[in-house]
Design a protein around this ligand. Structure first.
Ligand SMILES: [Zn+2]
Ligand SMILES: [Zn+2]
Length: 174
């Protein structure tokens, strides 16, 4: 259970929330959650069961409103109060020095809650909550972060942006 860079924590938070959008649920099994963690750089051994999956999904549902601009600070402060501990440096298992903010024996859900809340809180403190968003495309619920403060962004990807442009053009034509 590692923390390397703030960027990595942001990606973890955004990707976790985006595992459930209008597209089919991606965290369908403990194996799927395991694959998600491996993809995000977590080292083996990763052991998970059905309870971990349920708890991680619950953390995910708590994170989503942070991107809606509703009570973001309240949600993040709540998660930090519940799951984060006093930060400490560790070089366990031969890893380079890195910061831990969860209990050493935290479950995966507790670890994800503490680290993603810290990542999002750091990002919001640097860029403001307006730099966190939910895609404005009608059939998309993906969330994103936008560190480019001078360029407001409404869509998760250029694909959603151009899809929406085409749809509104067609609506005007008919
Ligand atoms: Zn570690
Ligand atoms: Zn989108």
């Amino acid at each position: 259970m590692e923390i390397q860079s703030p960027d990595r924590l942001i990606r973890l938070a955004v990707d976790l929330v985006n595992t459930r959008t209008r597209e089919p649920e991606q965290l369908t099994s403990p194996a799927a959650l395991r694959a998600f963690l491996l993809e995000h750089g977590e080292p083996e051994p990763i052991e998970l069961n059905e309870d971990d999956l349920i708890a991680v999904r619950a953390v995910r549902e708590r994170l989503r409103p942070v991107f809606d601009g509703e009570d973001g600070a309240k949600v993040l402060n709540g998660l930090l109060a519940e799951y984060a501990v006093r930060p400490y440096l560790s070089d366990h298992d031969g890893a380079p020095w890195h910061l831990h903010v969860a209990e050493p024996d935290a479950s995966w859900a507790e670890w994800l809650a503490a680290t993603t809340a810290l990542g999002l809180a750091t990002f919001a403190a640097g860029h403001g909550f307006e730099a966190l968003g939910v895609c404005a495309a009608v059939d998309c619920e993906r969330v994103f972060v936008n560190p480019a403060e001078r360029r407001p962004r409404r869509f998760c990807t250029p694909r959603c942006s151009s899809r929406t442009r085409v749809a509104s053009y067609r609506a005007r034509q008919s």
